[in-house]
Each structure stands twice: as C-alpha cells, then as structure tokens.
Design a protein around this ligand. Structure first.
Ligand code: F6R
Length: 606
C-alpha cells in the first residue's frame, strides 16, 4: 500500500530512486512522484499512472541532486491525479507517506482556520502543512517533524525532506513498515529491505513508534517518547535472482513455476526425512488446546479454509476461521485455551495485524505463518513459522499459497500426533504424501498447454463458476479470486453441493463451470452436482485425475487431467489450475497480470 523511498547519496539520486520505486511498484501503481535536492534547492515531478509515466516526464524534465524521496501510490484519500500524488510539498517541507492519517480532517480544519490553503485531497498533505507551520513558527526541521509526529493518529510510514537541508532526511514508522539502509557515505529509507537490496544489505528496521534523523553518516533513532534508542543493524541477504523475472514474461508465471522447488525447500525445514516425521522449528503444544482460530485475508484466508479441513479431520481439533477484517471487530470471546494462527505472505496486512493484536494475551498461543521474517506479524506473534517461498513480487499470490499450505499441513500432522489422533504409522503415511507434493505440483504444471487452451474460451465469458467439495471447496474460492483479480471476469466459488440451493439458476451455456474433482471419497457426490449443471445446458470444465476422467468426462466441455494424488495434498496440486487458468485468461484479455488494476500487494491500510 504505497511504496516510499529516500536517499541521502553521493551520486545522482533520481536513477537510484526510480530503480528502487520499480521494486516497490507492487505496493501501488496509480501515480508516482519524486522530489530531489540540488545544492539545497528542492524540485519535484509527479505523474498519474504507472512509473513509466513518471519516467517519461523525467526524460523531458530531468531532476538533478544527490538527495531525494520518491513514492508510488495506492490511493486511499483522493483520486489518482497529479495533485494527490506524493511527494506533498508545503513551504520547505516535502513528505512521502504510506498509510492513513486518521485525524487528518481535524488537522486540516485547524490549519484551514489558520489560513492554510490545501492543494490536494489527501490525508498526507496535512503532515507537510503542519510541519511547515512549525518551521514558520521558528522550530528547526527536526523539532518541527517531531512536533508534527506527536499530533498524528493512524498508521503510517513517513519520509521528510527539507529545502536548504542537503544532509537531512527524517523517517518515521507507526503501523506501516519502514527500513533504513546503511550505505558507504550514503543512507537510504525504503518500505522494505527488498527494495533496498541492490543498494545495501545493512538494514535497521524501525520499531513501532520510532522516528529517525538521517544524515549521510548514519541515523539517530528515537522512540515514540522521543528517547534516543539503539536498534539492531542486521545483514539482510535477499537473493537477487529471486527478484528478477528471469526468462519469464511475468513474475506470476515465474512464481507459479517456482512452486515445486520452494515447496520442497519449505518442507525440508519442517520434516525429518530420516524418521519420515514432522519436526517443527519451534515448539508448539497443541495437546491442551480447546480449538484453533485461523485468521487471514484473501488468498491466505483460503489457505486457512483448507487447513480447517486438515486440523479437524486429521488432528480432531475444532477450528474457527475468519477473515481478519471481520474477526477483529466481531470481538469474539476467547477462553484462553485457543491456539490462534495468523497467516500472511507479507506479514504486514493491517487487518491481520490488528486481529493478532486483539488476540494477544487472550489466547494460549499466538502463531504467525509468514513469508517475511522481519515483518510486523512475524515479530508480534509468540512464535513465527516461515513459509520460505522467497520474494513474491506478482500482486496475485501463488507460491506463497502453496507454501502456506505446506507449512499448515505439517502443523496439522504435528497437532494430530500430539493429540493422539494419529499414530506413528499415520504420521509416516501423511509425511510421505506431503514429501511427494512438490513433484505432483510439477506434474500439474506440465498440463499448462491444456489450461492455456481452455483459457482462450474462458476469456470470452462474462461470469464463471468454480465448484469443489471438502478441502477442494477453498480451491474453488481461490480459483474465482484469481480469475476476478487478474482478468476482471466475474467469478464465484461454491461448494458443489450448495449449487442447487440457489446459484444453479445462473447456469446456461454462456456460464462456464469449472469443477475441481480429484477421485477421492467425495468424487461421486461432486460428479452428481456436475451432472445437474450439464443437465441444464451448463458448460463444464472438469479438472480431475485419470481415474476421474475415465469415470466422468463424458458430456463435459473439456477435461483437464492432473496427476493422481493422495487426498491430503490434493489442495496443493489443484492450486495449479486455479492459478494458470487465471493467468492465461488474463493474458488472453490483455490485462496487466503482475499489477492488476485497483490492487496493491501489501495491504497496510484497513
Ligand atoms: C490474492 C492476494 C491477496 C492476499 C491478501 C493477503 O491473490 O494476493 O488476496 O492474499 O491481500 O495478503 P497477505 O498474505 O500479505 O496478508
């Protein structure tokens, strides 16, 4: 949700800022801007649309200087236009912001009453105007920024630059992530360490409420009360290969194809191959728990949906699942004997973080399952389990989903053993199935040409339904979400058995129905529901295994054959068509696969 970057450098700042913004573009891409200082004089450029628009503008009107700040925006307050693009400037101050200033109306009214004229509709401009006001009243830039921060409510990461102050930048973090990068005679700020990776691997993460005064020689950090504090300087090694598209046309394609290797890598940290047993990297006691509460958003929430089946069926522990934005305001009663698990690729999703904070102190265990070890959700949980998918750049989550499932599957087995729901033989069977999952995912990916062919027709549809039963029902939800967000075609996922209770009224030959049906115990039931669709002229794309295809492909529009799987790992394998059908349909429609409209990857606002 908005990416921010800053540099106090010893080389031209504009190319460095633009390159860094490209790595942050996944956070928002409806407008972008940059401000630099050249011999103390501030200039800025802002443009609507993707970074390429700003690049075009900078080619016509270049910016010089060795210090600067930059921003790529996902609009929250005010339309995506030039006036609302960051940096926001007032007097000698320029500000870039990620997050929401909740009391901005009150501050705006106060400043307007004092005669300040606002140039934008954003919440961010009050920060610049307030700071400029304090400077006009005689405060130094540092004092003015501190006084401004004390007045702000909400969640934010901020970068301040001041005209006439060639060697000064101020950074602040409350609720939204911000990293400080230490170079040689240069200092940087960035929304994540990934963005700073080519500049430096020496990173300090600001803690909640911290703010920092940066010069080219270092950073002085203060806590929310203004006390100087020491924060650890860490060496963060981000594999450059992982943030490159390589030979793929899109990050999404690369990330789908990476799944077998990243899943295997993740599983190797959770399984003991010699004993064919689960071996968790942190100690978790599931034995005395009443129930589990699994909370997340979007695709990560669908991983919770799958895990519910696993924990309930294998470990015999009741599971409650909820989307984070509902959970936190529902204020669910907690007995103190629950295990609460928060799942998030980014580890920064504001709703999931708020839900975690609600539960802290009320549940027996608070666990995070994340892809970014340094993230807020990871740091605020009692214990954090890494999914080890590597950087996921495409806005639509793919490899993080299958890695989340891999880790959750190991937790379900561990819980089952601890609660005596399975014995050592049962554990061995499940671990063997899990160990084979990456290979099956690789085989499923080999069916890409069949999925591509089906997508050519899917792209013509206005509405598409996805059906699945049991642990494949969440895959129907995931397939529909992926298709909606990438191709902008309306899609819904339903439990197969639910169709006859209403949605079957939608069926005619213009609505493709995609059925996920591995030949498991529920296969016959799903096929009956599929027959009901075909009896009404529905056009069915059946996704099954060879045995399922032999039994049920007659009369379908198309059948795609995936490898036969143990039912336990079928959700991982069927994630592949959920992803690739959406990917190829989007390509067919010509939409922006890696950066679909209106979205951003890391949703750090409520
Ligand atoms: C969909 C997608 C989103 C995210 C959701 C949660 O493809 O990517 O639905 O899954 O925004 O994000 P994280 O996992 O970062 O909390």
């Amino acid at each position: 949700m908005c990416g921010i970057v800053g540099i106090l450098g010893n080389r031209p700042a504009t190319p460095v800022i633009m390159e860094t913004l490209h790595r942050l573009e996944y956070r928002g891409y409806d407008s972008a801007g940059i401000a630099t200082l050249d011999e103390g004089k501030m200039q800025s450029r802002r443009a609507v649309g993707k970074l390429s628009e700003l690049e075009t503008l900078l080619a016509e009107q270049p910016l010089s200087g060795t210090s600067g700040i930059g921003h790529t925006r996902w609009a929250t307050h005010g339309a995506a236009n030039v006036e609302n693009a960051h940096p926001h400037r007032a007097g000698t101050v320029a500000v870039v912001h990620n997050g929401i200033i909740e009391n901005f109306r009150e501050l705006r009214d106060e400043l307007t009453a004092e005669g300040v004229n606002f140039a934008s509709d954003t919440d961010t401009e009050v920060v610049a105007q307030l700071c400029a006001r304090y400077i006009a009243a005689g405060k130094t830039p540092v004092e003015a920024a501190a006084a401004t921060l004390a007045r702000l409510q909400g969640a934010f990461a901020l970068g301040f630059l001041f005209e006439g102050e060639h060697d000064l930048m101020i950074a602040a973090r409350r609720g939204s992530p911000l990293a400080i990068g230490h170079g040689t005679g240069e200092m940087f700020i960035g929304s994540d360490a990934l963005a700073l990776a080519p500049l430096t691997n020496r990173i300090t993460y600001l803690e909640e409420g911290d703010w920092a005064v940066l010069t080219r020689t270092g950073a002085e950090i203060f806590d929310a009360l203004g006390n100087p504090v020491e924060r650890e300087l860490r060496i963060v090694n981000v594999d450059q290969v992982m943030i490159d598209k390589g030979s793929y046309r899109h990050f999404m394609a690369k990330e789908i194809h990476e799944q077998p290797s990243v899943m295997a890598f993740a599983l190797s940290h959770y399984l003991n191959p010699e004993r064919t047993a689960v071996s968790l990297p942190v100690e978790i006691d599931f034995s005395g728990l009443d129930r589990l509460v699994l909370v997340a958003c979007g695709t990560a929430f669908y991983a919770c949906n799958v895990a519910k089946y696993w924990f309930e069926q294998i470990a015999r522990i009741p599971v409650e699942i909820d989307v984070a934005s509902e959970f936190r305001y529902r204020e669910p009663p907690m007995s103190g004997r629950e295990g609460a698990i928060f799942i998030s690729q980014s580890g920064e999703t504001a709703d999931t973080l708020a839900a975690l904070r609600y539960v802290r102190g009320k549940a027996a265990h608070v666990l995070a399952v994340v892809n970014v070890p340094e993230s807020s959700i990871s740091r605020e949980a009692d214990a954090s389990l890494q999914i080890m998918a590597g950087p996921e750049i495409s806005v639509a989550s793919t490899k993080a989903f299958t890695c989340q499932l891999s880790v959750l599957a190991t937790l379900a087995i561990a819980a089952a053993r601890q609660r005596d729901a399975i014995d050592a033989t049962g554990e061995t069977r499940l671990v063997k199935a899990l160990t084979g999952a990456p290979q099956l995912v690789a085989q499923a990916i080999k069916q890409e040409p069949a999925m591509e062919a089906a997508s050519r027709d899917l792209a013509k549809a206005r509405d598409i339904l996805f059906l699945g039963r049991g642990p494949l029902f969440p895959l129907a939800l995931e397939g529909a979400l992926k298709l909606k967000e990438l191709s902008y075609i309306h899609a819904e996922g339903y439990p197969s058995g639910e169709l006859k209770h209403g949605p079957i009224a939608l069926i005619d030959d213009s609505v493709p129905v995609i059925v996920f049906a591995p030949s498991d115990d529920l296969f016959d039931k799903t096929v009956s529901n599929m027959e009901e669709v075909m009896a009404r002229g529905g056009k069915v794309l059946l996704i099954t295994d060879e045995q399922g295809a032999e039994a049920a492909s007659h009369g379908t529009w198309r059948t795609i054959v995936l490898p036969a799987t143990d039912p336990f790992v079928a959700p991982m394998v069927y994630a592949v068509p959920a992803q690739l059908l959406a990917y190829h349909t989007a390509l067919e429609k010509g939409t922006d696969v890696d950066q679909p409209r209106n979205l951003a990857k890391s949703v750090t606002v409520e």
